[in-house]
Design a protein around this ligand. Structure first.
Ligand code: PLP
Length: 403
């Protein structure tokens, strides 16, 4: 991977923060954007912009073509069977809310169960709790060991004849654990239960093939994969999506409306009420093209190298405690050093130009399981380097000596 060339694609990386070169290690929260993504967005606003799907005029048709070709790019990227299976949402959070709502409406009643895991982001906990409050369903949680690996035997034991869906993360945004999702989907299917995969952290790092995984639903956000904010995807197998009721009502999602009765549009539009973020979808497609051109073999190799190097270097630091040492681990590293509060560490690293995230990372139940309040988290992207990891290690040492 030509890192010098890649870094040039991201103008923000040449910024200085407090007079120091920016070291951006907050990719788990959001990634930076390559120039081609921003250019595509600007270009569409300047020369194509018109509302999609409803216009007979040239610009509207051109905007519609761009929007729908972006759907095809997403389809190819995750290897869905059909563009009918690609629903545009505002992001992972909205995708999970959509599914929890629609699936819950159609298939769940009081006493039914959803299985989630200990390491879920709040966005894969709270929508199910809202459903629990509305319908009286219950939530079962897959436990994990101290390394941050889910206990698969316990997972198997959670299934009952009331289990209606499994909803779980592919990669933990705190521990970096890569869950054996294919195996876990097969287990659920053996019990006749569908699975929603939260792919927010996996799409930037792993080659996703929804057919190979046999995922029933798969959610991700563009902004975590070098695309724009405010746009994301819910993939769903067509046979499932056809059985679900709509999520929101409005334009686009209808076939015909009278005051007495409305009939709904076909897939994927049934789930896309209102004017879609058709400029966002162009940005998303550009981002996916960008990382596809680099290639996942290279991205995964780069991730592995950075993670191995960072784990090795960080462990040399006195008082270092790494949270999450799963055998299969992505490039997300959470840590604490001695008694230094995560917030102090993050604030002082920031003064050295190093952007890390601190806090509970929207995973408070996981923090409780770990017996801590928060961590410092460094998460890597395709433009990060070993020299930047050296800067992080030197920065932590400096902070440690201050305390
Ligand atoms: N799921 C995981 C595992 C995440 O890491 C995040 C964001 O950090 C989300 C869901 C929510 O993503 P978004 O805020 O883009 O909807």
């Amino acid at each position: 991977m030509d890192l010098t060339k890649i870094r040039k694609d991201f103008p923000i990386l040449s910024r200085e923060i407090y007079g120091k070169p920016l070291v951006y290690f907050d990719n788990g929260a959001t990634t930076q954007k390559p120039r081609c993504v921003v250019d595509a967005i600007v270009e569409e606003y300047y020369s194509v912009n018109a509302n999609v799907h409803r216009g007979v005029h040239f610009l509207s048709q051109q905007a519609t073509e761009l929007h729908e070709s972006s759907r095809e790019t997403v389809r190819q990227f995750i290897n869905a069977r059909s563009t009918n299976e690609i629903i545009f949402t505002r992001g992972t959070t909205e995708a999970i809310n959509l599914l929890a709502f629609c699936f819950g409406e159609e298939f769940m009643k009081e006493g039914d169960e959803v299985i989630i895991s200990t390491m879920e982001h709040h966005s894969n906990i709270v929508p199910w709790q809202l459903l629990a409050a509305r319908k009286g369903i219950s939530i079962k949680v897959i436990p994990m060991n101290d390394k941050g690996e889910l206990l698969l035997d316990e997972y198997e034991n959670l299934f009952s004849d009331r289990t209606k869906i499994v909803s779980m993360t592919h990669i933990s945004n705190v521990l970096g654990t890569i869950n054996p999702i294919k195996e876990m989907i097969a287990t659920a299917h053996a019990h006749g239960v569908p699975v929603l995969v939260d792919g927010a952290q996996s799409v930037p790092h792993l080659k996703i093939d929804v057919q190979e995984l046999d995922a029933d639903f798969f959610a991700f956000s563009a902004h975590k994969v070098y695309g724009p904010t405010g746009i994301g995807v819910l993939y769903g197998k067509e046979e499932w999506l056809n059985k679900l009721p709509p999520y929101q009502g409005g334009g686009e999602m209808i076939q015909s409306v009278s005051f007495e009765k409305t009939t709904f549009n076909e897939l994927p539009f049934k789930f896309e009420a209102g004017t879609p973020d058709y400029i966002g979808t162009t940005g998303l497609a550009k981002a996916l093209d960008y990382i596809s051109a680099i290639g996942f073999d290279q991205i995964m190799e780069h991730d592995r190298e950075l993670t191995t190097y960072a784990m090795h270097r960080l462990k040399e630091i006195e008082g270092m405690r790494i949270l999450g040492e799963a055998e299969h681990k992505s490039s997300v590293i959470s840590f604490l050093v001695g008694n230094i509060h995560h917030f102090d560490m993050g604030t002082l690293l920031d003064r050295l130009g190093i952007a890390v995230r601190t806090g509970h990372h929207c995973a408070e139940p996981l923090m409780r399981r770990l017996g801590i309040e928060g961590t410092v988290r460094a998460s890597f992207g395709l433009y990060n380097t070993k020299q930047e990891i050296d800067s992080l290690v030197a920065g932590i040492e400096r902070v440690r000596k201050m305390f």
